[in-house]
Design a protein around this ligand. Structure first.
Ligand code: NDP
Length: 487
């Protein structure tokens, strides 16, 4: 009989699971560890066994037997079928009241499905978003657990013991029931896509536009990191741009293929937003930009066919030559980045608000902004401002209506417009800068050309339209005498 001594268990000891186990053990937890192939558990013990109390198990039965009640096990195995298999295998060995946590990158609808199935068996199932990669898992991630209040009572103190800490607060909170945690993690990743693409567009405008070398651009990002844009992503951008390739002696950025990979969370964010009817244009363009970058054959063909650029390709020449104008334009880019980033967050937070309504969650958006201040990839100083906005208790339809952000975007907009205009004139793609600006302008337009679209739809498909001066739906007899009837 195995003695039940571990207050938490981790199944799956590859990069993420091993780091999380070590983090748990380092913070006073007794951690049962299990991996399909025992060798990973042995390696963990040999290399890091002295970091805390581990209970390695050779079989899943032994693993479950070593857990104290309510037994709590975190699954960190390959996403998809292996996760489903492991959930079922654990559920077969566990008892009502026990807690199974999936800390992998699951699609929130899978989490909703799994939670229902596990709840029906009397157990708790928690889908927990974890951000920060391998290093975060070891040194303190930002965590977004869903599941029941009851499971949070057991799991909360354990997760708080290992989470990143931002301004004295652990970067973890109970997000909501069933798939809420994985939903919020998904939107986090969507915002991350937009933020990364905006930084990439800023780099491109400085590199191909102003003709600056990577080292000089690294210094610009370092400078930006001291102000409103202070964030992990801006910081690592400078690090990447400083780096020189040892093999060639060239800047590292110049030897990396320009095809951005993705694992699917950005796509899920956009698909879900489309289903919810929330325009997340910045995130959408960021996902499409990665997609376009990864079509080398098409891009090569475009080059071979000599797709022409604008006459004004030298739109940057004068700017680049004059140090004062160059500095002024770099400041324009900084402002454009700030304003577009605010739009990306506004859109992501709208998606969370709408998701909460549709899936029946009560999301505390201020608390979500706070747990993103540390540990995760989008950690940034400006999340304090978002937290303040949502924490004020005031209801508003968009982050852009919050007085602080409204003023910030209004202040940045002249720069933002110059950046988008100049990029278009010079033929440099800036899809997230320009789509974010278009979103902002559409939002503040009293009347949109959608009226024309309604007219077209009524003409070709009798889809009807509303009138500005009368309630109800109407149809014009376009093929007849063009009189109007009430639909
Ligand atoms: P992998 O996704 O590479 O998965 C490897 C682990 O899964 C090993 O422990 C392996 O066991 C186990 N495994 C694979 N197939 C099975 C199976 N059929 N049955 C039992 N175990 C199986 O590991 P990572 O550590 O990279 O990621 C773990 C999870 O965390 C994934 O869901 C991933 O999406 C997520 N992740 C999250 C990140 C984040 O920042 N939040 C970053 C990276 C990953 P064995 O050793 O026996 O082969």
């Amino acid at each position: 009989m195995t003695e039940a001594v571990a207050n938490i268990g981790v199944v799956g000891l590859a990069a993420m699971g091993a780091s999380l186990s070590r983090n748990l053990a380092r913070h006073g937890n007794t951690v049962a560890v299990f991996n399909r192939h025992y060798s990973r558990a042995q390696t963990l013990m040999t290399e890091h066994g002295s970091e805390g109390k581990f209970v390695p198990a050779q079989t899943l039965e032994e693993f479950v037997g070593s857990l104290t009640r309510p037994r709590t096990a975190i699954i960190m195995v390959k996403a998809g079928e292996p996760t489903d298999d492991m959930i079922n295998a654990l559920a077969d060995l566990m008892e009502p009241g026990d807690i199974i946590v999936d800390a992998g990158n699951a699609y929130f609808k899978d989490t909703i499905r799994r939670e229902q199935a596990i709840r029906a068996r009397g157990l708790h199932f928690v889908g927990c978003g974890v951000s920060g990669g391998e290093e975060g898992a070891l040194l303190g991630p930002s965590m977004m657990p869903g599941g029941t209040e009851e499971s949070w009572r057991t799991l909360g103190p354990i997760l708080k013991s290992i989470a990143a800490v931002a301004e004295g607060e652990p970067c973890v909170t109970h997000i909501g029931t069933d798939g809420a945690g994985h939903f919020v993690k998904m939107v986090h990743n969507g915002i991350e896509y937009a933020d990364m693409q905006l930084i990439a567009e800023s780099y491109d405008l400085m590199r191909r536009g102003l003709g600056l070398e990577p080292e000089a651009i690294a210094q610009v990002f370092e400078e930006w990191n001291k102000g409103d844009l202070n964030s992990y992503l801006v910081q690592i951008t400078a690090e990447v741009l400083h780096h020189m390739d040892a093999k060639t002696g060239k800047p590292f950025i110049d030897i990396v293929t320009d095809q951005a990979g993705m694992k699917g969370t950005g796509t899920w964010t956009v698909q879900t937003a489309l289903e919810l009817g929330v325009p997340v244009t910045g995130i959408g363009e960021a996902v499409f930009a990665r997609g376009l970058s990864s079509t080398p054959a098409l891009r090569q063909e475009a080059e071979a066919k000599g797709l022409g650029g604008p006459q004004a390709e030298g739109a940057f020449a004068a700017l680049a030559a004059d140090p004062e104008e160059r500095s002024a334009f770099i400041e324009d880019i900084r402002q454009a980045l700030y304003a577009s980033k605010i739009v990306a967050y506004a859109q992501g937070f709208n998606e969370m608000e709408e998701g909460a309504k549709v899936y029946g969650w009560t999301l505390d958006l201020g608390a979500i902004a706070r747990i993103w201040r540390g540990g995760c990839i989008i950690r940034a100083k400006f999340l304090n401002r978002i937290s303040d906005a949502y924490g004020s208790g005031e209801q508003f339809g968009s982050l852009l209506f919050d007085p602080f952000f409204k003023k910030a975007v209004e202040g940045a907009q002249d720069s933002w417009r110059r950046v988008v205009a100049r990029a278009a004139q010079a033929g440099l793609p800036a899809p997230v800068f320009s789509s974010s600006l278009a979103y902002y302008d559409a939002l503040r337009s009293r009347r949109l050309p959608a009226a024309l679209i309604q007219g077209q739809r009524d003409l070709f498909g009798a889809h009807t339209y509303g009138r500005v001066d009368e309630p109800g739906a109407f149809h014009t007899l376009w093929a007849g005498d063009k009189s109007e009837i009430k639909a």
